[in-house]
Design a protein around this ligand. Structure first.
Ligand code: ADP
Ligand code: MG
Length: 559
């Protein structure tokens, strides 16, 4: 590729076939791609947003309203569009909710930046202005927050309901919200005056059948395995559980060994010896008082037989993550050797039982005393319903965790965004100069959230925005947002639409970072091996931004 010439001889700097766009062209290209991705998820925002049907390349269908899932399934190829996918992923990992909002905001920031670029404002000025605006927006959000405590059932429920309200489980959202609050509170722990709630300690199990309302929180663990033998008891009350990470088998030698047996007596002695060793292991288990054995490794058939004979229930080949959670749930300790087993390392549960659900058998370790790991068993009529319920529950658990850990929540329904926009416009005047324009652009971009909420609810966005802005002229109206069903502007705290502060802060942070990163690029160099030059996504209908397996942006011919 010739990228310059000296006299008549072209100077070859980059390899033949390398694609390159520079300057405004590169910026326009990137912004366009990012905007298309944002447009794709925009219609799903809010409780009245629409759903997307995603078809994967192998024909799997998922119906979802979840921004993170949609973005994950989008098979985008354009590098700038990929960055927005990253925003969604980061948002989902960090705070578990607000993914659509973050992507929409990033798209809007870029759209507003484009008009500034057209007015010959340098990208660096925009980037600096956006950074200042982002800091200010976070301060404003923080000032809008109201406190919430771990025992504030009502508020925590509201946080969970708001986050799950837009997903496909509307019928059971109260029930799910209650489960989410109870589950997170159960695993929360106070350390050095700070509350920490690790939601990975909440195991979520999906089982086809019944309905969402029958989804259950088990104060203990549910193991997706059956008990080792039908001869064993199916229910043990007052369970004392040996948690083992050791084989209940005779050790096999690492190398090939030959045992010469010359007579039937010797054969019998050999087998008796094996049996004796296994019996010893079982005796040890009985001696320490265990009546349930949960084992990460295998259990020899002979040992199973002995255990069954002594009325002990056993489950083998558990996953290590289940073992870890079982220890936390039952207060027991996972032992790597049977010899070290003692009475005080046994876990406790009021009941351990095998339960048949549909064709599957599961082992429930129930009613543990103050368990530090719990299980939610999701039930539902179809796989699509269960999958969407799982995604909603993930959002619900995340927001309750955020609220409990930070102790701060803000109003939803576009209220904080409207207030941030109003205060940013005042702040812009103080910033002055050309950056003022960028801060104002940031304010406009933030307003896209209430605007989109209104649009998705079938309301007139202009009327709503005029009403919302005029309300936010007065400080006492700072929690006023959109009642999406009537279209009235109301106090969102009174309407019980609340979100964790952490979600809103992360939205501003990650959207600004992504937008600024894209704005900083003025050169797009695609090497030949790395695929074709990203195509200019112009002319693609918004909303068709490349569903997984449907060709996507990469299917467009290069320009
Ligand atoms: P995200 O992926 O960004 O979380 P959602 O589809 O969950 O997107 O929509 C979240 C937005 O919907 C938030 O701005 C939230 O305040 C708003 N919202 C949720 N429930 C209501 C409600 N009942 N009334 C008004 N706004 C709501
Ligand atoms: Mg949400």
């Amino acid at each position: 590729m010739s990228v310059g010439s000296s006299g008549t001889v072209p100077v070859l700097v980059l390899k033949e076939g390398t694609g390159r766009t520079t300057g405004r062209e590169a910026q326009r290209n990137n912004i366009m791609a990012a905007k298309i991705v944002a447009e794709t998820v925009k219609t799903t925002l809010g409780p009245r947003g629409m759903d997307k049907m995603l078809v994967s390349s192998i024909g799997d269908v998922a119906i979802t309203n979840d921004g993170a899932t949609i973005m994950k399934e989008l098979d985008v190829q354009h590098p700038a569009a990929k960055m927005l996918v990253e925003v969604a992923k980061a948002q989902d990992n960090e705070v578990g909710d607000g993914t659509t909002t973050a992507v929409v905001l990033a798209g809007e920031l870029l759209a507003k930046a484009e008009s500034l670029l057209e007015r010959n404002i340098h990208p660096t000025v925009i980037i600096d202005g956006y950074k200042k605006a982002s800091e200010k927006a976070q301060d404003v959000l923080d000032s809008l927050a109201i406190p919430v405590t771990m025992n504030d059932d009502r508020r925590l429920m509201e946080v969970a309901i708001t986050s799950m309200g837009s997903k496909g489980i509307t019928v059971a959202k109260e029930h799910f919200a209650k489960l989410a609050v109870e589950a997170v509170r159960q695993v929360a722990e106070e350390k050095d005056g700070k509350i920490k709630a690790d939601i990975d300690l909440i195991k979520v199990l999906k089982k086809h059948g019944k309905s969402l309302e029958e989804t259950e929180l088990v104060k203990g663990m549910v193991i997706d395995k059956e008990i080792a033998s039908p001869q064993m008891p199916k229910i043990i009350d007052g369970a004392k559980i040996a948690l083992l990470n050791a084989k209940l088998e005779i050790k096999k030698t690492e190398f090939d060994a030959k045992i010469n047996i010359e007579s039937p007596e010797q054969m019998k002695l050999f087998l008796d010896e094996e049996e004796r060793m296994l019996r010893e292991m079982v005796d040890k288990i009985i001696e320490v008082g265990a009546n349930v054995v949960l084992c990460e490794k295998g259990i020899d058939d002979v040992a199973v037989h002995f255990l069954a004979k002594r009325g002990i229930m056993a489950v083998k080949s558990l996953s290590s993550s289940d073992m870890e959670k079982l220890a936390r749930a039952t207060g027991g300790k996972v032992m790597a050797s049977i010899k070290d087993l003692t009475a005080d390392v046994l876990g406790k549960a009021k009941r351990v039982e095998e339960v048949k659900i549909g064709d599957d058998k599961l082992v429930y370790v129930r009613e543990c005393k103050n368990p530090k790991a719990v299980t939610v068993v999701i039930r539902g009529g179809t796989d699509h319903v269960i999958d969407e319920a799982e995604r909603s529950l993930h959002d619900g658990l995340s927001v309750v965790r955020n609220a409990i850990e930070d102790g701060k929540i803000v109003a939803g329904g576009g209220a904080p965004e409207a207030e941030v926009a109003a205060q940013l416009r005042d702040y812009a005047v103080m910033v002055g100069g050309r950056e003022q324009l960028a801060v104002e652009a940031f304010a406009d971009a933030v307003e896209a959230i209430p605007l989109t909420l209104a649009e998705n609810s079938g309301l007139d966005p202009i009327d709503i925005m005029v009403a919302l802005r005029s309300k936010h002229e007065k400080a006492e109206n700072k929690h006023q947002g959109i009642e999406v069903f009537s279209g009235e502007i109301k106090d969102m705290l009174e309407l019980k639409v609340v979100e964790p502060l952490r979600v809103k802060l992360q939205v501003v942070k990650s959207a600004t970072e992504a937008a600024n990163m894209i704005l900083k690029i003025d050169d797009l160099i695609a090497s030949k091996g790395g695929g074709k030059m990203p195509p200019m996504p112009q002319g693609m209908p918004p909303g068709a931004g490349g569903m997984g397996g449907m060709g996507g942006m990469g299917g467009m011919p290069p320009y």
